[in-house]
Design a protein. Structure first.
Length: 369
């Protein structure tokens, strides 16, 4: 979001919720493996947090790119303007943490398979990735979505010279969603998934099978622009539909025993787009949610601002280092709670420092040029 656009509390809240859910998932390492319902709920949060990020990112870039596409002749210069702003936003932090991870791993004597692919966001492009920098899988999805969308608009606009750019933008988004769902169908035909863990590695975290999640968010942006009246009128109804879909996915499917090994088509093709769709139904509500209560607004905005740094530092850097020095078998529950507090405080401090003295100055430079 550029500086010319005011912050929307509801979108900040979505971002803060998403990063908190991801943190809940990875904090599971600290607790015993038989923690029952809390453990299961926190594990689900990890999945949902990333899905929230995908749809939210699509919604935000969709609004930005649509405004660029509609106003003037859309040229290579227009596409590069969009990409340049995105790259200023995402690449400096990513490469900083990637280099830190490389230094830590090599210092500890770990090998890094296919390291070069991490620099071009192809570490999980077409198949499962190595265990190095595992949370980076979602960043490759976002970066390739940022690249594919403006280039697709540029290429097909040049080829077909659309007279109605509004509808053409919609057509391209729908075709992209269909394309990447189609790739999941191809995967279903050619590959047999037997376990949830295999599905996690070979479908959920592979870039070419996840790009439709971003484009569903872009579709939300288009709908919000062209159907503002209904976007506002039915925001509560829409959120209720999203809630019902989530209840079915995360509780109903289990009761009906719809598992990867018994219903592979559902999991390989339908499950992930349905997850994105459930979050998309929340977008009318969150995109119009505002508050003037400072005690609520300020901390949410703060977490939202540093969320990207939190995501990059939280697992491969900070938590992994804690894992190296903590003897999990001989640590009491109280000590684990203290470790958790230390972890979260350290993470917030490091993320804020990174945001304040590295990320924000780069963003300010971007906005001045």
């Amino acid at each position: 979001m550029t500086n010319s656009n005011p912050r929307v509390f509801g979108l900040d809240l979505m971002r803060a919720m998403a990063i908190c859910m991801v943190l809940c998932s990875h904090i599971l390492w600290i607790y015993r493996p038989n923690d029952g319902l809390i453990k299961q709920l926190f594990a689900l949060f990890g999945f949902l947090g990333v899905e929230f990020f995908f749809v939210l990112s699509g919604f935000l870039i969709g609004k930005i790119l649509y405004s660029i596409y509609i106003k003037d002749d859309y040229t290579i210069k227009s596409a590069f303007y969009f990409l340049r702003r995105r790259w200023y936003r995402t690449l400096p932090n990513y490469y900083l943490v990637l280099i830190i991870n490389i230094i830590i791993s090599t210092s500890l004597g770990y090998s890094i398979p296919k390291l070069g692919l991490y620099f071009i966001f192809l570490q999980n492009g077409f198949s499962k990735m190595a265990t190095f920098f595992p949370e980076s899988w979602s960043l490759s999805v976002e970066e390739w979505a940022y690249l594919i969308l403006p280039i697709s608009l540029l290429t097909f606009s040049f080829l077909f010279k659309p007279k109605n750019k509004n509808r053409f933008f919609l057509l391209i988004i729908v075709l992209l969603i269909m394309l990447f769902i189609g790739l999941k169908i191809g995967h279903q035909i050619n590959t047999k998934i037997t376990t949830l863990d295999e599905w996690n590695e070979s479908v959920k975290a592979v870039m070419i099978y996840r790009l439709d999640a971003i484009f569903i968010g872009v579709l939300c942006a288009w709908i919000s622009i062209h159907y503002q009246k209904y976007w506002a009128k039915f925001k509560f109804h829409s959120a209720l539909i999203g809630l019902l879909i989530m209840i079915f996915m995360y509780f109903g499917m289990g009761l009906l025993r719809i598992f990867p090994e018994t219903h592979p088509f559902v999991w390989n093709v339908i499950y992930l787009p349905l997850a994105s769709l459930s979050i998309a139904f929340y977008m009318p509500f969150f995109s119009q949610l505002e508050t003037s209560i400072g005690i609520i607004k300020k901390p949410i905005e703060f977490i939202s601002k540093i969320s990207y740094s939190i995501y990059l530092f939280h697992y491969s850097v900070i938590l992994q280092l804690i894992m190296l020095i903590v003897d999990r078998e001989n640590t009491s529950l109280f000590q684990f709670h203290m470790i958790t507090a230390f972890y979260l405080i350290t993470l917030i401090v490091i993320s804020y420092v990174c945001y304040r003295f590295y990320e924000k100055p780069i963003m300010d430079f971007r906005d001045k040029n």
